[in-house]
Ligand binder design. Structure first.
Ligand SMILES: C=C(O[C@H]1C=CC=C(C(=O)O)[C@@H]1O)C(=O)O
Length: 392
């Protein structure tokens, strides 16, 4: 087992990523893990976290990397999957613009594109969600759709990952192998949780508006989001949940008065930066991620009711979409990002996912457009965000 902090940059590590590795990288810091000396897998996230702590203490591996699925409820069949790698490379840099040196990789065009469900069916599902929220007494549910792309030749995962990192240097570009043999790739702005010693940090995102190439429309979209009551409610539900979940673990929590307006290249968001100090330093980053997940940013509230509604309406299993991706070390420190703006790649096909929070006054057409904008993170990395694809 080797760990190195020298002398590569985050961009070097992103460039070095090969299918089979684990990568979690922004332009300022990156972790690249290679090889497998052990695997810990469990459908119960609490048991998974305890077993990872035990295995890290008993081995010379300094950390474990991997994924939590969306559904960590008692009936789930999809396990959390962590790997104790053979090699870990880490890098830090001050310069977020360094990602521009990554080459722009050219990917093949798809031979087939299929929306699951159809855009019309997604709009109908949004309307059904709005009705079900009232009938079942739910506050919010996050409804997703998928886009299946087929290619005439195998996809180079490395190329998708490098383009994601080049296009989203301020966010977390990630790649992780899944038990199915597929690879989860994405670039997410949302940090579920990080822990460094007693310090805890979380950056929930909820509330969205598409970016626009027209600067005036773009500014107006941002302003509309900042002042939208519907989006403020959608966001507040997430912050309340995160604060209530973290409170028992923390001796202090710092929560700003209201959210800030931020953007990715594809989307405007509301986000809130919450910091805390752990009461018990024995609680690991993975324990905390397991306790927080799934937040109402990707599931809804109350959790159980929202999860059942989503599984009734969505015509696919989310698998690891809207799960979490990250690492935990032997000291309990770690970083877990929310696995959104992502896709699962299998040889010649790729499934993209995008969802949006639905509350009492959500509009089906606006929600469909929001998912189309969210697909653009992946489509942009594939050279397909030119508006010429059907369904997006
Ligand atoms: C569920 C997704 O985004 C979440 C994160 C930020 C904003 C969201 C929203 O405004 O609906 C979603 O809660 C997704 O990108 O698939």
């Amino acid at each position: 087992m080797t760990t190195s902090t020298a002398p590569a940059t985050p961009v070097d590590l992103t460039a070095r990523y090969q299918r089979g590795d684990f990568l979690l990288a922004t332009a300022r810091r990156a972790l690249l893990a290679q090889g497998v000396q052990g695997v810990v897998t469990d459908t119960d996230p609490g048991r998974l976290a305890a077993e990872v702590t035990r295995r890290l203490a008993a081995s010379r591996a300094p950390l474990a990397v991997g994924v939590l699925p969306f559904d960590t409820g008692s009936g789930t069949r999809v396990p959390g999957h962590l790997v104790l790698p053979r090699t870990v490379l880490r890098a830090d840099a001050d310069n977020a613009s360094a990602a521009s040196v990554l080459p722009r990789e050219v990917l093949p065009r798809p031979s087939d594109v299929r929306a699951v469900p159809s855009p019309e069916a997604h709009e109908a599902n949004v309307a059904a969600t709005v009705a079900a929220l009232a009938e079942r007494g739910l506050g919010k549910a996050v409804l997703a759709r998928a886009l299946d792309l087929e290619f005439p030749e195998p996809l180079r995962v490395e190329h998708v990952v490098r383009n994601l990192a080049k296009g989203n240097p301020r966010h977390f570009t990630y790649a992780a192998e899944l038990p199915s043999g597929r690879t989860l790739v994405g670039a997410t702005p949302e940090l579920l949780l990080s822990r460094a010693g007693r310090s805890v940090f979380t950056l929930p995102h909820a509330g969205s508006m598409p970016r626009s190439a027209d600067p005036e429309i773009d500014r107006a979209n941002g302003e509309e989001l900042r002042t939208s009551r519907k989006n403020q409610i959608e966001h507040a539900v997430v912050v309340d949940y995160v604060v209530e979940t973290l409170r028992p673990f923390c001796r202090s929590l710092d929560v700003p008065e209201g959210p800030e307006l931020v953007s990715t290249p594809a989307i405007w968001h509301l986000r809130t930066a919450i910091t805390g100090e752990l009461a018990d330093p024995g609680v690991t980053a993975l324990d905390l991620a397991a306790a927080l997940h799934p937040t109402p940013a990707i599931c809804g509230t109350p959790t159980e009711g929202a999860r059942s509604l989503v599984s009734e309406l969505e015509p696919f299993d989310r698998d690891y979409y809207a799960g979490a991706v990250g690492w935990v070390d032997a000291a309990g420190d770690g970083e877990w990002a929310v696995a959104i703006r992502c896709a699962e790649i299998a040889d010649t096909s790729i499934r993209l996912y995008a969802g949006g929070g639905i509350v009492a006054d959500s509009d089906p057409r606006v929600e469909l457009d929001e998912t189309s904008a969210k697909f653009r993170t992946l489509l942009g990395a594939m050279g397909l965000a030119d508006g010429n694809l059907p369904y997006v």
